[in-house]
Design a protein around this ligand. Structure first.
Ligand SMILES: Cc1cc2nc3c(=O)[nH]c(=O)nc-3n(C[C@H](O)[C@H](O)[C@H](O)COP(=O)(O)OP(=O)(O)OC[C@H]3O[C@@H](n4cnc5c(N)ncnc54)[C@H](O)[C@@H]3O)c2cc1C
Length: 419
């Protein structure tokens, strides 16, 4: 086991850190001010994207590329520290064409799209010319269980007709969001509940698609949106189906593996920033005759945060390596583990940092409130904690059932199960 990143990764990290220091962090305040003034997309985004592309810091997330597609061909393990660096600034990933939900959608187009679908949608996404959304969650059913979804995709001659309602659809209010991958049911009566769903490509400007509202997250307004959308007799050609009818559930699983780990990698970066802020503040302020870090409770907060980040990072890196070696399916327990561990760790550490800051910690003057809010949201997005805990426990039980009586030799007295 080697805990060092490869020379290739280290070199890319240095270049990325340099780009962040030169072009991103100096614009944090401008970004904040422009959003406050209602300017979105921010004025400098396209220039920064062009610069990142020029420097080869582009599509870093995509491990497998076809000939002619631009990118760095990194493994998940190689990508992890880069995503962490980008994650420190919540809006930075877009500069490098590495932001959700585009990354997951590009993976779906890449893995399952036809040549025509790739040309129409994957290419402009890879080039960063358009953005996209992924629509699965519905207000009327518990969407943690994707077999519940009700949106209907019905074949009618050369078209599919879509009717339903979705919500919390990230990015759908972004002016450059031109396409959505929608999950719905083509065969609601199929006895196999995992073959009822399909994914279909819906251009945002298709008649019958209405963005009803942009839902605030903890009263925080995101201009790119987490939107409620209605679909009324939305007609798209049959060629817009991805893979085949009934393949939706399988593709959702394939999409969510990398998507979940990317969120977790970025969360590690945000947690590091929260700890950096906590440590700085604890050295600046004095209360009751001592610097804050000299108070036992504050130093414990610092120590616990360091331990928790390092534990979480190791688990994320192990998961990344497993995805590289055995695929997202083979790493499903680890993916659930990081998804249950990392966002909770992020909110815990950010909460401590806010406490050390005093009232300023929950104001917009630091990034802590945004980091906490995003960590909290991630405990739902891509599956709530409980669903991941359920998956982990099920896999543990299954593994134990494959070796019955395994623990008996460790008992110091005969057990009732022994012959
Ligand atoms: C910021 C944000 C962005 C999002 N972006 C998108 C997006 O782009 N596209 C999209 O389709 N969706 C998106 N979502 C939605 C997200 O994927 C869903 O909220 C999530 O899957 C849970 O579904 P639900 O809200 O219907 O909760 P429900 O399924 O109603 O679950 C409610 C609660 O029930 C409990 N629960 C559920 N299952 C179990 C279980 N097995 N055991 C014990 N308890 C359980 C959990 O506490 C859970 O939180 C986003 C959500 C947020 C907050």
């Amino acid at each position: 086991m080697d805990f060092d990143h490869s020379p290739k990764t280290q070199a890319l990290c240095r270049r990325l850190l340099d780009f962040m220091d030169t072009h991103i962090t100096p614009r944090i305040r401008q970004h904040h001010e422009e959003l406050k003034a209602g300017i979105f997309p921010v004025t400098f985004m396209e220039d920064l994207k062009a610069l990142a592309k020029e420097e080869g810091l582009w599509n870093l997330f995509l491990p497998h590329l076809a000939d002619g597609e631009s990118g760095t061909r990194l493994t998940n393990l190689e990508y992890a520290p880069l995503a962490e660096i980008m994650g420190r600034v919540l809006w930075a990933s877009e500069v490098f064409n590495c932001s959700a939900p585009d990354t997951g959608n590009m993976e779906v187009f890449h893995m399952f799209g036809t040549e025509a679908q790739k040309k129409q949608w994957l290419q402009p996404l890879l080039e960063g010319r358009i953005r996209s959304a992924f629509a699965m969650t519905e207000p009327d059913v518990s969407s943690s269980d994707a077999t519940n979804i009700q949106t209907r995709i019905k074949r009618d001659g050369a078209d599919y007709v879509i009717n339903g309602r979705k919500w919390f659809i990230s990015n759908a209010a972004h002016p450059n969001c031109k396409v959505m991958i929608l999950m719905g049911k083509t065969d609601p009566d199929n006895a196999d509940r995992h073959r009822q769903q399909s994914m279909i490509i819906v251009p945002m400007d298709t008649p019958g698609v209405t963005v009803e509202r942009n839902i605030s997250i903890m009263n925080h307004h995101s201009p790119e949106g987490h939107c409620e959308i209605t679909f009324r007799d939305v007609r798209v050609p049959v060629e817009n189906i991805l893979a085949g009818e009934g393949d939706g559930f399988m593709m959702a699983q394939a999409r969510l593996g990398p998507g979940r780990i990317h969120h977790c990698m970025r969360s590690i970066g945000q947690s590091e920033l929260a700890l950096d802020l906590m440590v700085e503040r604890a050295q600046e302020r004095k209360a009751f005759g001592k610097y804050l870090h000299q108070h036992g409770t504050v130093s414990e907060s610092i120590a616990r945060s360091r331990m928790e980040i390092d534990q979480a990072r190791l688990l994320v890196l192990k998961t990344a390596q497993m995805i590289d070696k055995v695929g997202a399916k083979g790493a499903r327990k680890e993916i659930s583990m990081i998804k249950a561990v990392v966002p909770l760790m992020q909110t815990t550490i950010t909460d401590r940092a806010m406490q050390v800051f005093g009232a300023m910690g929950i104001s917009p003057d630091t990034p802590l409130a945004d980091i906490w809010t995003w960590g909290r949201a991630l405990r739902f997005a891509d599956g709530p904690d409980e669903v991941h805990l359920r998956a982990i426990a099920r896999l543990e039980i299954k593994e134990a059932q494959e070796k019955p009586g395994f623990t008996l030799p460790y008992l110091t007295a005969p057990h009732r199960n022994e012959e």
